[in-house]
Design a binder for this molecule. Structure first.
Ligand code: XMP
Length: 517
């Protein structure tokens, strides 16, 4: 079996918004990459034996009190180092150059003139030809560090890239990992293949083989259960485990009565198509009963989370003799909990199955722990999952309960389901579904006045939420074409009984959130 971890590169994280992107781009080039906090010990680095190290950007200034730094010993290990933005300023500082606190922040696109079309810039044309790069920094280098030479400049950064004269240390002021830097992937590839001497070995087909044999070795002949929601992560997890140990995996699909229109049926059909051993639990009535009269969003979440665990435990009890629990934890969750910033991302507290392994004393099997979402999708594709499932938008664990604002009743759920189905249908028909992060309808807890024919009406209001986002941490409302919005609105008002008004949510996150509750 191909060794997918043969060559690896480490990213030391100084807190940039784009740290994860660096790792994703490295992996896209076919090299396994891990993110670690900037203060990872030298011993640990040696133990991992990476081919190269990338220092990420970050919000600090190197002259700040307590600014994050690294041991200069890192540069003596012989491994190539690439500093990006803050990483470059830190290298400058540690090698006795001067970083200037700029009065003006350089943010956005800049033109890069390459002075040295070798090494990092091999294959690229020297100035005056200029390349578009993306900058986001306030400090910049005004005195080169000892033994460094400049490799490129931009209008406002006299040193936009530099290298050490004898050691394999490189640095760039701009961000090669973002798409706006046209030559970004070329630069990263030069670092990986020319400078670090990596060869590509990380690919999802080999990953599947490795994960399958790892799961087999871990689970042996024991039974393993897993909650399947129909979302990409839990479904890919189940398919992988199923591939490894077949019907030793018992998938539990809890229908909490808070799913979208037709969702339970389509998820079941898919799982059956893959010959998964699935237990379907129709628990809708139990969830709705527990939610009766509850209006507070956090209370709703708590009730749904607890109820879920109870239903799941009960079902697992019927199965008996289970030792393992399969869970679709992804790499970003792992990084967040290990990050030097601490588990700041509140999104993680949303996970409803969080308490399960402790409660049930099961051992965890998490085959996707090393993967980013786009890699999980590739794995899904390799395993034959239909595109419709692979590109399904994220859906919150508490389901429609947090989209029916106020009290959740079967009638109000029905109104939302119908309106939501129209939103999805139109998003898909217009080709917009694949371009956005999430799209859905929300039922507001108020009624408003309208006219229907000659009659005054007093009916529900539906809000449409469609957002663009990279990771749900920040988001912006999608500028959908007015014609599409008009079609969605007309259809909802004409086809969904009890709705006479539709609004479009034009708030970004922050300060709003993606969901309304
Ligand atoms: P917010 O509303 O916090 O949502 O901007 C960020 C992302 O998380 C999803 N979300 C949830 N997912 N349980 C989940 O599993 C939850 O309680 C929950 N609340 C929000 C949301 O859909 C978006 O993708």
């Amino acid at each position: 079996m191909a060794d997918i971890y043969r060559h690896r590169v480490l990213v030391l994280d100084f807190g940039s918004q784009t740290t994860q992107l660096i790792a994703r781009r490295v992996r896209e080039a076919g090299v396994y990459c891990e993110i670690h906090p900037y203060n990872l010990s030298i011993d640990k680095v040696k133990e991992m034996g990476p081919r190269g190290i990338i220092l990420s950007g970050g919000p600090a200034s190197v002259y700040d009190k307590g600014a994050p730094t690294i041991s200069p010993l890192l540069f003596g290990l012989g491994m190539p180092v690439l500093g990006i933005c803050y990483g470059m300023q830190l290298i400058t500082y540690l090698f006795n150059g001067r970083v200037e606190r700029a009065r003006r922040r350089e943010y956005g696109l800049a033109r890069l003139s390459i002075e040295e079309p070798r090494g990092l810039f091999q294959g690229l044309a020297p100035g005056p030809a200029t390349y578009q790069v993306w900058m986001s920094h306030s400090d910049k280098i005004n005195v080169l560090p000892t033994d460094f030479v400049s490799m490129a400049h931009s209008d406002s950064s006299p040193v936009a890239a530099m290298r050490h004269k004898t050691l394999p240390i490189f640095a760039v002021q701009f961000h090669p990992e973002v798409v706006h830097t046209q030559i970004g992937q070329a630069i990263l590839s030069n670092f990986l293949f020319q400078i670090c001497g990596c060869s590509p070995s990380w690919d999802m087909r080999s990953f599947i083989e490795k994960a399958t044999s790892d799961i087999r070795a871990a689970v042996g002949s024991d039974r393993i259960i897993g909650a399947i929601s129909g979302g990409v992560d839990s479904t890919v997890t189940a398919l992988l485990v199923n591939r490894a140990v077949g019907h030793q995996l018992i998938g539990i699909f809890v229908d909490n009565g808070l799913l979208r229109k037709g969702e339970a049926e389509s998820v079941l059909a898919l799982l059956r198509q893959f010959h998964l051993n699935v237990h379907y639990v129709d628990a809708g009535k139990r969830f709705l009963k527990a939610l009766s009269g509850v209006k507070d969003p956090e209370k709703k979440r708590k009730i749904i989370g607890e109820r879920f665990i109870r239903v799941f435990e009960e079902e697992a009890g019927h199965i008996g003799g289970v030792r393992f629990l399969a869970q679709g934890t992804l790499y970003p969750d792992v990084i967040e909990s290990a990050s030097f910033r601490g588990p700041s991302a509140t999104i993680k507290s949303h996970h409803n199955v969080g308490g399960l392994p402790e409660v049930m004393r099961l051992e965890l099997v998490e085959p996707l722990r090393e993967l980013f979402k786009d890699e999980v999708r590739k794995v899904g594709k390799e395993l034959g999952m239909p595109e419709e499932v692979i590109y399904r938008h994220p859906f919150p664990g508490p389901g429609l309960a947090i989209r029916v604002l106020g009290e959740v009743t079967p009638e109000r759920l029905e109104v939302l389901r119908e309106a939501d189905a129209i939103v999805l249908e139109e998003m898909k028909a217009s080709g917009w579904y694949r371009k956005v992060w999430q799209s859905f309808a929300v039922l507001l807890p108020i009624k408003t006045v309208g006219v229907m024919g000659d009659e005054r009406s007093y009916e529900h209001v539906v809000a449409i939420r469609v957002v663009d986002s990279l990771d749900a941490m920040t988001a912006d409302w999608t500028r959908l074409p007015p014609e599409l919005l008009a079609r969605i609105s007309n259809r909802i008002i004409n086809e969904v009984v009890g709705v006479n008004r539709v609004c479009y949510d034009i708030s970004s996150k922050p300060p709003a959130t993606i969901e309304w509750e």
